[in-house]
Design a protein around this ligand. Structure first.
Ligand code: F3S
Length: 429
């Protein structure tokens, strides 16, 4: 049974209006289902509040079919439709369904774009920041150590818990939308110290040097530990933020890793003892040259033909450093006539890429820098795509299976080369 504070009881009784009362009621049901005994306060929520495709608005047509109807009936699971006020918590919109400018290139219709624009106006009017990215930490939302957050998006969640020591479970649309109004989330899972301790060891015995290798190690780690907390030690030099981004996203896709420790690197793993706390240690997995090759072969098992017609970069959304690298790699070359190169990032990072001339360099080479979404989320790929290439283990894991295409996983340089030649020549060094 969840215990409520006086303020939480008042919210539940409607002191802050009907929408907050519905939000609190949903969160109480959620807390009880989890077995949580109380709530933590949060002022950092990232979700997809009230977003609705046309079919969803049609589904709620009898309730008015607007943002208010979708937010009440779907997000808050309310029996009736209530007015939705400005959000009370600092709230961010994660990735969405299309690029605001290049939506035609993504194969979206005028009607879908009109729906996207009206949704976005509602989101902004409700005080939700339009980050439109799976990397909020690269676009203005960086939690601090110990901060209670309520985030969706597996790659963002694992980054928040592991790299900066923020605290979030992998939330859903309903819980994040309710948390935006009530500023509460059940005190359960990663919000509690006891659930943040390491469970299995990963002994890294080969050097892990670049983004590609961190993606491979992440994919190996997720497959090994599934949805538990790995503790990595050994040949791991201090990874950059970008390497953490690719490691965590890969571990969250091959397994369900929501938090990891790297001994001497991540903030809750000063040493092996701290990382495991007093928790019993589970299995020890060895990452050596053989494991590295096996992981690479698994990722590349969805590639048969070397004739590549689509290269997709930016999963998770590219940082400015990665965009600058891609622009540098392609400068003076051109995307092959039989191929397309799409790179995904956030609006905030694209603004910097525009200012630095990287967008223009990519455009001159025939590549497109897109924001807000990605091929997996929007299910948008160039027409006729049969074989794609990625520098992201996560996108390699998902997109070929979702779209029924072949896929290759390699370095950023191998991907740019494939985009410019139309041929996959990647190999494991
Ligand atoms: Fe982001 Fe899409 Fe990858 S939302 S983490 S780029 S699957």
């Amino acid at each position: 049974m969840v215990t409520l504070t006086t303020q939480e009881k008042a919210m539940l009784d409607g002191a802050q209006g009907p929408a907050v009362a519905r939000a609190m009621a949903l969160l109480v049901r959620y807390a009880e289902a989890l077995g949580a005994e109380d709530f933590v306060e949060t002022n950092n929520v990232a979700g997809v509040p009230g977003s609705a495709s046309p079919w969803m608005k049609e589904y709620y047509a009898a309730d008015g079919g607007d943002y208010r109807a979708v937010f009440s009936r779907f997000d808050l699971d309310s029996d009736d439709v209530v007015d939705v006020p400005r959000m009370n918590a600092f709230s961010c919109h994660l990735q969405g369904g299309m690029d605001p400018e290049l939506w035609r290139e993504q194969g979206m219709t005028e009607a879908a774009n009109a729906n996207f624009r009206s949704d976005e106006a509602e989101v902004a009017a409700h005080g939700i920041q339009l980050l439109k990215t799976c990397t909020p930490y690269l676009a203005g939302n960086v939690p601090v150590m110990g901060e209670h957050c309520a985030w969706m998006e597996s790659s963002a969640v694992v980054f928040c818990n592991s790299v900066v020591g923020g605290r979030t479970n992998c939330e859903g649309r309903e819980s994040t939308s309710a948390a935006m109004l009530a500023k509460r989330i059940p005190n359960w899972g990663f919000h509690r110290d006891a659930y943040r301790l390491g469970q299995h060891a990963i002994d890294v015995q080969v050097p892990v040097d670049d983004v590609f290798d961190w993606g491979l190690l992440g994919y190996f780690t997720g497959a090994a530990v599934e949805d538990t907390i790995p503790v990595l030690s050994g040949a791991i030099a201090n990874p950059s933020l970008i390497r953490h981004k690719h490691f965590g996203a890969a571990a969250a896709s091959s397994g369900g890793v929501e938090m990891y420790h790297m001994v001497g690197i991540t903030p809750e793993a000063r040493d092996l003892e701290t990382a495991f706390g007093g928790a019993p240690r589970g299995e020890r997995f060895i990452y050596d040259a053989k494991a590295r090759r096996r992981t690479w072969e698994t990722l590349n098992s969805v590639g048969q033909s070397t004739a590549v017609d689509f290269v997709m970069l930016g999963c998770p959304h590219y940082s400015i450093e990665q965009i600058a690298e891609a622009a540098h790699l392609i400068e003076g070359r051109r995307v092959h006539a039989n191929c397309a190169l799409w790179i995904f990032t956030s609006r905030a990072v694209k603004a910097v890429a525009d200012a630095g001339g990287h967008t223009a360099t990519l455009r001159a080479a025939g590549a497109l820098l897109m924001t807000d979404t990605c091929s997996a989320i929007s299910q948008a790929i160039p027409p006729g795509t049969r074989v794609a290439a990625f520098d992201s283990a996560k996108q390699t894991h998902y997109l070929p299976a979702m779209m029924g295409i072949e896929g290759w996983f390699g370095t950023t340089a191998e991907c740019i080369d494939a985009a410019c030649t139309g041929v996959w020549r990647g190999d494991l060094a």
